[in-house]
Design a protein around this ligand. Structure first.
Ligand SMILES: C[S@@+](CC[C@H](N)C(=O)[O-])C[C@H]1O[C@@H](n2cnc3c(N)ncnc32)[C@H](O)[C@@H]1O
Length: 301
């Protein structure tokens, strides 16, 4: 957020008293319990900046009153979580992951399919997909090399906790400025650029939209209703907001949804400590292997 807009948030929120330590602790505990995100005390200004305007909209005067409200009201709790999450993303963010797919995984799958030892089917999951740039990047990368005309079926699940970003991911429509993040050939092949009333917008073509399914999944829940195992799971720049024990539990659950030899990709700043059955096969890339004795994953970044 730019300094000017922070100032505006503060001005607009005039009339809402500052967060007391007890109120901060109440929000911190609630947010950690609900979605795993950990706010340490340095995040007090962030809490104020993101929630004060909503508190004023509701005609409340204090964070304590709002805390009471979100404890009692499921819908308001969802709105509060929408405001607290950080949703920054880009198409083809961390390009080395897409290069790994292109150079290592896709050729393996093509060889295995040609040898008749795997089906022409790939399932991928973008866990913490934000506004959809990540799952649609995956869709472009996969469809481009594994097209339906060659008998391939690509299925991508996109999930997040924030209903606000999921709505955008479902619409698959972004500002045209995003176009510069996509290679010209893929842009031409898989994206529509708006004209007339849609000028200034970029939309995923039907072929892409067909292969991406968008759902709400909370990674802090003890089980994920996500269907059959995945060849690829991207969970990038999500766990950075979690404390170590919760992060480990999420990684273990994600690993449980990988197919044998499936791959987990995490963000460049998110190291993974040893997890049973995962081996580090590249920077921030982990493969599910038949577990020998003891933990197998190496340190991450
Ligand atoms: C910074 S964005 C990362 C988006 C994308 N993965 C990328 O790397 O560009 C983090 C996303 O994680 C989501 N998130 C945070 N906590 C979550 C949870 N407990 N369950 C599911 N998604 C969560 C946020 O809503 C946000 O959209």
């Amino acid at each position: 957020m730019k300094p000017g807009s922070v100032q505006r948030e503060w001005q607009e929120a005039a009339g809402v008293s500052d967060v007391t330590p007890a109120e901060f602790d109440g929000f911190r505990d609630l947010i950690r319990r609900q979605v795993g995100i950990h706010l340490n005390h340095s995040k007090k200004a962030l809490l104020y900046g993101r929630l004060a305007r909503r508190i004023r909209e509701l005609g409340l005067q204090s964070f304590g009153q709002y805390l009471q409200r979100v404890r009692e009201d499921d819908e308001e709790r969802t709105r509060m979580i929408d405001r607290i999450t950080t949703n920054e993303t880009r198409f083809f963010r961390e390009p080395q992951h897409f290069a790994f797919l292109e150079a290592m995984l896709i050729p393996q799958w093509l060889r295995a399919a040609a040898a008749g030892v795997r089906q022409r089917q790939v399932r991928a999951w973008s866990a913490g997909c934000s506004t959809g740039e990540e799952p649609y990047s995956l869709a472009m990368a996969l469809l481009d090399r594994l097209p339906a005309r060659d008998g391939w079926s690509v299925d991508i699940l996109a999930t997040d906790i924030s209903t606000r970003v999921l709505d955008i991911a479902r619409q698959a429509t972004w500002s045209i400025e995003r176009a510069r993040e996509i290679a010209p050939r893929l842009l031409k092949g898989y994206m529509l650029q708006g004209v007339g009333s849609q000028a200034g917008k970029l939309r995923a073509a039907p072929e892409l939209r067909q292969v991406v399914r968008v759902e709400r999944v909370n990674l802090s829940d003890s089980a994920y209703p996500v269907g059959p195992a995945f060849d690829v799971v991207f969970c990038r720049n999500v766990l950075i907001y979690f404390e170590a024990p919760e992060k480990r539990r999420v990684i273990e659950r994600l690993a449980g949804h990988l197919a044998p030899d499936g791959h987990l990709f995490v963000g460049h700043a998110e190291s993974i400590h040893p997890v049973q059955g995962l081996s580090c096969v590249g920077p921030t890339v982990y493969a599910k292997r038949d577990a020998p004795e003891g933990p197998t994953a190496k340190g991450g970044t």
